[in-house]
Ligand binder design. Sequence first.
Ligand SMILES: Cc1cc2nc3c(=O)[nH]c(=O)nc-3n(C[C@H](O)[C@H](O)[C@H](O)COP(=O)(O)O)c2cc1C
Length: 200
Amino acid sequence: MKQILHIISSPRVEVSASRKLGNSVVEKIQQKYPDSIVKERDLTKKPVPLLEEVHINTFFSPAESHSTEQQSINTYSENLISELHEADIIVIDSPMYNFSVPATLRAYFDFTSRAGYTFKYDENGPKGLLNNKKLYIAFTSGNIYSEGPYQIYDSNVPYIKNIFGFYGVSDIIVFRAEGLAIPGIMESSLEKAIESIVID
Ligand SMILES: Cc1cc2nc3c(=O)[nH]c(=O)nc-3n(C[C@H](O)[C@H](O)[C@H](O)COP(=O)(O)O)c2cc1C
């Protein structure tokens, strides 16, 4: 039995390419592990707030000192992090927005990147605390970033890999539907990406 966490970040619903690709990844995982349980974290339905001073003060102070407001901020952040710890497999829909991730996803990382929860520091430096997990990234973009002159513009896939690598997740597979704005490529890119999905 596998616990799957599906993180969704496109504000578009019906026409969203990243949701289609991410849903296909989840379906293929379910085919491989029929008794798996899927939990959805749709960041567009209930967006994680942008970081304010009260959030930072909460994350960097002991729980005993928290005000009522800080207690609920801490619980909210801890719940997001618990979902990550509980998952065996994480699927993240990651459309490219302005060369990076949607702001909702960035806000999510601000609430889940916490010392003692997803990473820690010891005498050897940082150490990730999410162990034995697999991450699938469902990446979609108008242009092409896996090769060619725009490769260095990609602050999406390398960023997600860095964050999850920092959390301790090293088993990362990327499925890409690129060129969704390029005539001649856009017509078949998503279909090809979906066909390429293999769950090992
Ligand atoms: C607000 C916005 C910003 C975008 N920025 C980029 C970009 O910087 N580079 C790119 O190649 N495509 C860009 N695109 C195209 C999207 O990456 C592409 O349409 C992708 O499929 C979006 O995923 P979605 O359909 O799940 O929302 C952008 C699209 C939107 C709506």
